[in-house]
Write a protein that binds this ligand. Structure first.
Ligand SMILES: Nc1nc2c(ncn2[C@@H]2O[C@H](COP(=O)(O)OP(=O)(O)O)[C@@H](O)[C@H]2O)c(=O)[nH]1
Ligand SMILES: [Mg+2]
Length: 245
């Protein structure tokens, strides 16, 4: 049981590391939302390295959610988890969704036809005129803007927000891009967007509402430095032809 008769329109991919608290309400909200939609969907939770029972909690939800699939990777890293989910997914559209659901779930329809068409990679953005950022401390926003200036200068001209945890790939784009991803950690967003653009896929930012959640798996200083170096690494990889299919 649990197999859908036809391929789903939408796959929702949730990377989860130590999400025992935040995952259950997120799954409940997604379940309620999908029940009111007229398309088929599946949910994929990809856990790795948790010490708080996240994996068991996710599996326990499968009884009440036949369209929930749960995976576990041995090595830590958000990028590794997202790649696994994107390549396991069956949906025509594959939506990356942070476990904290800091974007209201119903806004997922902004990434799908009929609202959005002729886009291969839709990027949830907190920086467009229609975006709203709720409760974010000023210093966090500032750090994000400095990082984005680096991202735009080094790898993704024109993209105002590459780091938000809500992005939607067409099946074709996901299957072309994720096998070429080399970064298993937090820098994967910039890398996969760079690869997608390089391969000629159409990228577009989509305005969302985003609620700041102080509970974070990101280590601000350590991860920011690492990500800065990874931007240079993306350019080097590109020069060396590592992103050529
Ligand atoms: N599978 C997996 N998910 C991770 C890892 N690190 C972070 N995540 C997930 O990435 C998402 C964003 O994390 P969060 O802590 O909210 O980051 P922030 O919003 O940028 O502060 C959440 O769903 C986390 O569980 C990891 O090592 N493995
Ligand atoms: Mg978060």
């Amino acid at each position: 049981m649990g197999e859908l008769l036809t391929k789903p329109l939408l796959s929702i991919i949730i990377p989860a590391h130590n999400e025992a608290e935040r995952l259950p309400p997120t799954l409940e909200q997604i379940k309620a939302f999908l029940a009111s939609q007229d398309y088929q969907a599946e949910i994929l939770v990809v856990e790795n390295g948790s010490s708080d029972g996240t994996l068991q909690i996710a599996k326990a939800f499968q009884d009440g959610m036949p369209n929930l699939r749960v995976f576990s990777e041995s090595e830590r890293g958000k990028g590794l988890a997202v790649r696994r989910g994107m390549l396991e997914a069956q949906g025509a559209y594959r939506f990356l969704c942070d476990a904290d659901l800091s974007m209201p779930v119903e806004q997922v329809n902004r990434f799908l036809p009929p609202v959005l068409t002729e886009v291969d990679v839709a990027i949830g953005s907190r920086e467009l005129p229609g975006s709203r950022r709720i409760d974010e401390p000023g210093y966090r926003h500032l750090i994000g803007r400095i990082f984005n200036a680096l991202v735009r200068t080094l790898v993704l001209p024109g993209i105002q927000d590459s780091q938000c945890g809500f992005k939607c790939f067409s099946a074709e784009a996901a299957e072309a891009v994720f096998p070429l991803q080399t970064m298993g950690g937090m820098s994967f967003d910039a890398e996969v967007l760079f690869i997608a653009r390089r391969q000629g896929y159409r990228l577009q930012e989509v305005a969302i509402d985003w609620y700041f959640d102080p509970d974070s798996r990101v280590r601000l200083v350590q991860d920011s430095l690492r990500m800065g170096l990874d931007l240079l690494k993306i350019r080097q990889n590109a020069r060396q032809g590592r992103y050529d299919a």
